[in-house]
Design a protein. Structure first.
Length: 212
């Protein structure tokens, strides 16, 4: 079984469907703690609560746990689980993004995401021996649309920021840094560069680990 720790209810259906598609019959369990993200953004300690959620998922039978919040990703990897792998949602994405080098636009709706994601991409580049230029991009006002439940406006704002990164900043690859951004990729199929999202690659990694 694959366990998921989310900070938004919307991710339960998204990641559950991805598991069902990638590994029919594989069980999945979900825990949602929206205040965790608020606390992380405010600089409050979150390690103990993340660990408690991970331990609860393991106790429920999870053989691998995915933290779907990019802001909390480093904390989740640090606290780990009770003998099971803990996957941060954006690590497989980062590995793919730096593979060919070049300029990587990191599109985020929360400034709190940029630090952890930029550090992750830099680490992935070092491990791969790749030379990259990391270009953080914040979608101004996009998060307010997400919090208001206007996902259409949210994804359009993300897509606009991604287009600007390619047109003005000449990005070679675009990283949509937050799992909630993934549907915006469908608005960007005409771009001449890859647009990478985290949910699918994270689930693929989790399925691989669950079946190991």
């Amino acid at each position: 079984m694959i366990g998921f720790l989310h900070t938004a209810d919307v991710h339960v259906a998204t990641f559950g469907a991805l598991v069902d598609e990638a590994a029919p019959g594989e069980g999945h369990a979900h825990r949602v703690d929206a205040p965790l993200l608020d606390d992380a953004r405010a600089g409050a300690p979150t390690g103990a609560r993340v660990r408690a959620h991970v331990d609860a998922l393991v106790a429920a039978g999870a053989s691998v746990v995915v933290c779907t919040c990019s802001t909390l990703g480093p904390v989740a990897e640090e606290v780990g689980g009770l003998g099971v792998p803990v996957v941060r949602v954006d690590r497989p994405l980062a590995e793919a993004a730096v593979r060919d080098g070049g300029r990587v636009a990191i599109v985020a709706a929360l400034a709190s995401t940029l630090g952890p994601t930029t550090d992750l991409l830099a680490d992935a580049a070092r491990r791969a021996g790749a030379t990259v230029e990391l270009d953080p991009v914040v979608c101004v006002d996009a998060w307010s649309a997400f919090e208001a439940g206007d996902l259409g406006a949210y994804h359009r704002a993300v897509a606009d920021a991604a287009r600007d990164a390619v047109r003005r900043r000449r990005a070679d690859v675009v990283v949509l840094a937050q799992a909630s951004m993934a549907p915006a990729a469908a608005l960007l199929v005409d771009l001449p560069v890859p647009v990478l999202t985290s949910p699918g690659s994270a689930v693929a990694r989790a399925v691989e680990l669950a079946r190991a």
